[in-house]
Design a protein around this ligand. Structure first.
Ligand SMILES: Cc1cc2nc3c(=O)[nH]c(=O)nc-3n(C[C@H](O)[C@H](O)[C@H](O)COP(=O)(O)OP(=O)(O)OC[C@H]3O[C@@H](n4cnc5c(N)ncnc54)[C@H](O)[C@@H]3O)c2cc1C
Length: 371
């Protein structure tokens, strides 16, 4: 690590320690629940004012052109301080870079400042009931009619849709599997949109079903050109994995919580000690691999980040299973963040491309194995 990066880490850590957090702010991860949106917006604005929002964006759009390493340092330090890194992942990490790349001047002027300052919450309208891993088979349609785009179809698992101001939609404008897909910006308050929250195991509703029935979008809702939707999809999905390796800090904390709880209950025998050591080794390897990846990779959408997505989500899931096996029912009642991690770990092996899909990417694109 160079002096410059060490200095940046120190600067971020000091700022996080000194800043007064908005009332009600909690570490909600990449997606706020409804009650988190207010404190999350305020917090994002504070990050933006300090120069820590949308750091990867070019300077001309209010970013700092930050390296992958600097972004990762921010992700790690916010995880350590147990605060979110931004209002949500979709606007700053996914949509912003896509608008910078595919949007026209007017779209850049209209959408980018509000994302950067945490004013607009965005959602990602990609997955459908019959199209998840195989996203290119999606069936939501967009047709051009009298100067508008008319959308009909259904999306599912749309995180934050119930509170979102805008959505990035992929819809079918032609029959060709990839060339028949087109990207649109959707005002989530448009007539014809119905958002139905999906209730999770923990009682929260972070994601939703979204029904689009005869939704009329203006001509300039088109992002990029007709048929460019698949390029927008690949550019978007690649951005999601960067911050995941930074979660190692939180994992050490979770493991320590379980170890202390086991010790307090007189459960810490040799077998448990060995298992704790094994988990500790896996987390250490994850952190070292992440540090190596962010110091050699300059492109956040590199396929190599698939390994971090794969390993971090599976360690999280395994930590939850381990806590339950070691502590029994106590794992469910004594530590709320641990329970959250157990549940989120399982979800993370699915979102942004499942573990099987990450293994396929690694096999084909990184190791060069046949399909
Ligand atoms: C917490 C969470 C938040 C999400 N947020 C959003 C969001 O905001 N917007 C959005 O659009 N989507 C979102 N998703 C949806 C997510 O992208 C999909 O769930 C994911 O892509 C998997 O698709 P699927 O659920 O249709 O499963 P399927 O694709 O039907 O997969 C079912 C099983 O088959 C396996 N499988 C499928 N294809 C292959 C293959 N080729 N090789 C090997 N195994 C395979 C999968 O690994 C999985 O185990 C979210 C999901 C979760 C869990």
């Amino acid at each position: 690590m160079t002096d410059q990066y060490a200095e940046f880490r120190r600067e971020v850590r000091e700022w996080l320690a000194a800043v007064e957090r908005p009332i009600g702010l909690r570490d909600y991860g990449g997606t706020p629940e409804s009650d988190d949106v207010g404190p999350g917006r305020l917090w994002h604005r504070m990050l933006a004012d300090a120069g820590y929002a949308c750091m990867a964006w070019p300077v001309e759009h209010g970013g700092r052109n930050s390296s992958v390493y600097e972004q990762a340092i921010l992700a790690e330090e916010t995880a350590r301080a147990e605060v979110p890194r931004q209002l949500n992942i979709v606007g700053p990490d996914l949509v912003g870079p896509v608008i910078i790349r595919f949007g026209n001047q007017d779209q850049k002027r209209r959408y980018l400042p509000a994302i950067r300052e945490g004013e607009h919450l965005w959602c990602q309208l990609f997955s459908e009931p019959e199209a998840g891993s195989d996203l290119a088979s999606l069936r939501t349609r967009a047709r051009h009619e009298a100067g508008s785009w008319v959308i009909d179809g259904q999306k599912v698992w749309t995180s934050a849709a119930a509170d979102a101001d805008y959505g990035l939609l992929i819809a079918r404008t032609g029959e060709e599997r990839y060339a028949g897909l087109t990207a649109f910006v959707v005002d989530m308050r448009s007539p014809g949109i119905t958002v139905r929250p999906l209730r999770q195991l923990d009682g929260a509703s972070k994601f939703n079903e979204v029904f689009l029935s005869d939704v009329r979008l203006p001509e300039d809702a088109l992002l990029g050109t007709v048929g460019q939707g698949w390029s927008v999809v690949t550019a978007t999905l690649g951005q999601e994995r960067l911050s995941l390796g930074a979660q190692a800090v939180g994992m050490f904390e979770a493991l320590r919580t379980v170890a202390n709880a086991a010790r307090d209950r007189g459960l810490l025998d040799d077998a448990l000690r060995e298992e704790i050591t094994q988990q500790w080794c896996r987390i250490t390897l994850l952190r070292e691999t992440w540090l190596r990846a962010v110091s050699v990779e300059t492109e956040p959408s590199s396929s190599a980040f698939s390994v971090l997505k794969l390993v971090s989500s599976e360690i999280y899931r395994d930590l939850g299973d381990f806590a339950t096996a070691a502590l029994g029912m106590d794992a469910l009642i004594f530590d709320e963040p641990l329970v959250q991690r157990m549940l989120v770990g399982r979800a993370q092996t699915i979102l942004g491309g499942t573990s099987e899909i990450q293994r396929n990417i690694l096999a084909e694109r990184v190791l060069g194995l046949p399909r």
